[in-house]
Design a protein around this ligand. Sequence first.
Ligand SMILES: Nc1ncnc2c1ncn2[C@@H]1O[C@H](COP(=O)(O)OP(=O)(O)OP(=O)(O)O)[C@@H](O)[C@H]1O
Ligand SMILES: [Mg+2]
Length: 473
Amino acid sequence: MEKTYEQLKWEMEIIDEFIEKAYEGMMIIDQDGKIIKFKYEKLMDIKEEDAIGKHVTEVVENTRLHIVLKTGFPEIGDVQNIQGRNVVTSRIPIVRGGIVVGAVGTIMFKDVVEVKHLADHLEQIKAHVKRYKQEIKRLNLAKYSFEQILTADPKMLNLIEVAKKASETNSSVYIEGDSGTGKEYFAHAIHEASNRRYAPFVKINCASIPHELFESELFGYEPGAFTGASTHGRVGKFELANGGTIFLDELNSMPLDMQVKLLRVVEEREMERVGGNQRIALDVRFISACNEDLYDLVKTGRFRSDLYYRLNVVSLKLPPLSERRRDIPILTANFLKHFSKERKNGPESISREARHCLEAYHWPGNVRELRNVVESAVSLATSKMITVADLPDYVVKCRSGERLSYSMGATGENLEGTLKEMMDQLERQIILEALEKTSGNRTDAAQLLGIHRTALYKKMHKLGIDHYEDDME
Ligand SMILES: Nc1ncnc2c1ncn2[C@@H]1O[C@H](COP(=O)(O)OP(=O)(O)OP(=O)(O)O)[C@@H](O)[C@H]1O
Ligand SMILES: [Mg+2]
């Protein structure tokens, strides 16, 4: 259908308005170089009606538009001086049936400074992106390896072997242990030893995510998926971990409704963003950790048993430090070395008496607590050797409010814990004292205690002090 005059007029007005708004300046010339459109008011004090019909060189003295007419080659992003101002311009030939019938000149920036600002801004953004990329890489890569898990305890050594084997597979690993026993160390080490080591390691602390944000944190969301959602949408932690490892820490804090959703992902290795309908394939290994007996929660219905079994394919139960006392001197020596490096003229050794205190204490905060105590002792020590005076009172005297405690008149020590713990503690102290008196000679110590040498060995082993000859001083 033919367009009416009114329609054509209306369309022309729209095009004119568009040209004015889209460009800082714009002109069209015909095949003779005569101006047929001139929108340069923002740059020159010449009105369109005064320019139309004139040859372009008469109006813009240093123009190259008539040259483009001849060459037929576009010139994009050229800098041209118009009335003392450097502008960024483009000149494009208009070709009809292989013949140049005119040319369009547009001003993209009315000052090169604008381009410089834009370029600087772009450089800044590029630098930011580079920094964020590095940061993401740093955050996502596992920090610890099996070599950093120090232990001499047979149970722990066995767990390391199991974990190393698991790292060669894609099996889900479940790590249980009291706070500070090294669960996170194990999770990092498994990722680091696996063939996913160059892919992301994404930790999700289930206790720190508010319930209502759980789903979007894990799965991400499509633009406008819910009120308050970003208009760009967001990639969730699961997608970020694709190709790598997801570490679900404090798994016991995962809400029941999320457990259902997680089960589907673990079973199908697929997920959907919130508000989306596209299935996204997930290639991840799950490692989870919990500092209480998760099976107890399964029994009371607070944790889904199907999910429990799915995540608990390889199970690692880390013993508390009080059940692997032979690790205390090894860890102490390691932390001492580590923290004294940070302090100029810091202590280099630890007195025998201070060592005994550390070995006798029950360490409810496990390795983390030991690390903190050594760190504080290193900073408090006034000589080259850490002494009892540098240790916290509660470690020296094992004084703690709620636990059973018993003051030993003869030794001046305070014992605490259950009867068994107190007996062990006492027995340990007596043996350590005997060894001290005999300068570490076990035969003499056994004689002093009135027991057979092998009985002493057995007791030392049971009490976790058979490493006694290791001298840290
Ligand atoms: N076997 C180990 N060798 C060396 N350092 C260890 C070992 N186990 C734990 N640590 C130290 O103890 C700290 C606590 O360990 P980690 O964070 O792995 O504990 P966790 O079991 O995850 O504790 P939580 O349940 O409180 O999160 C670590 O930062 C590390 O310094
Ligand atoms: Mg942890």
